[in-house]
Design a protein around this ligand. Sequence first.
Ligand code: SF4
Length: 433
Amino acid sequence: MKKVFIETYGCQMNEYDTEIVKTILQKQGYGFTDVPDDAQVIFLNTCSVRENAHKKVHNRLAALKHLKRKNNDLVMGVLGCMAQNLRKELLDEKVGVDIVAGPDAYKKLPEMLAKVEGTGEKDFYLTLSEFETYSDVFPTREGGVNAWLAVMRGCDNFCTFCVVPYTRGRERSRDPLNIVEEVKKLADKGFKQITLLGQNVNSYQYEKYDFADLIEMSAKVDGIERIRFTSPHPKDFPEKLLYLMAENEKVCKQIHLPLQAGNSRVLDMMNRTYTKEEFLKLAGHIRTIVLDIALSTDIIVGFPTETEEEFQDTLDVMKQVKFDSAFTFKYSERKQTIASRKFLDDVPEEEKASRITRTIELQRKHSLEQNQKHLGETFRVLVEGKSKKHDQQMGRNDGNKVVVFPNIGAEVGSFVDVKINTVSTNTLIGNTE
Ligand code: SF4
């Protein structure tokens, strides 16, 4: 049996896609290994969202090249967004890659492998589909606590900094009945939590079914206790979805609400379709309907032409919303994006560095303040395993915060009630009740 080694970079959608690839290859008789030296096929499932991710993959390919020198029959492939974006560069003889396959090409992999193995010729497939959702491939998963589940693919928003619409194509949603069938299989395997995934997940629409309908249908599956979703866009939060989140106990009270920037002119350049005021109004509105909601966000500093004064608007929104957590990034130009074609990356590196430092410092302060509000509260915690300290266990509360408690031998996947007595920026610590 030929063995495949797959390494995954980037977002949860890529993790999910790796499961799809494994399922497709398994049906063709391939096995898997965690050790590249034991593999006859090596795939890197890549990400294009940040420059750093590109560098990591290039370094990894260079590091793996010695295996190719040892074994001429070894097949190396690059999958995912970077494949879609950088085909020519990757197929260069010096890089040593045999297969380049974009995110809609995974059903072709057995054919591509047969061709490379049979002829020694390189192969690539990068056509983006308007229809492929892999709804007929239920990923093979071992039991666990949380299962990622892609409900839609692609994105039509064309935020000017983002490469996703070019690497993953047009937005398309899966049939909800097919999704519910997958949720049932996950419940049968013992998963307690599902996270619905999509590049723009809350714009899900399949015939008459919208995203709120999909969540409601998934929540009816016995055995599934928690439902999360990521990543939404602030433009798609109708009242119906917010009231469902408020009223349905299985839907976690947590929203990732990507701000990106706080200044309306910069937001317009980013094509985010909301202003500073509209974002603040939405965050306030969410908090009045879904009480105790945990809000996280994404922030980019140093977008082209962003002035210091405009950056202050980002800090201002942060101060008004007080996010529980944030992913913060310095702007880096991505090939193919509208921003790379239209705007000059003109904010000096030292200025970007200063802005990100100030953003991180402010977020750390807010994260701690938000966590301090939980002192004395009791949370229902879904147990995930041991914490870094061996005499402790950890899990997550409804708001997706890490909760650490003494090792009481609680089973992974069970629920325990924990009363919080200590907090840090990233963690809640307490005792079981
Ligand atoms: S919503 Fe914007 S940032 Fe998100 S995937 Fe689509 S284009 Fe990219």
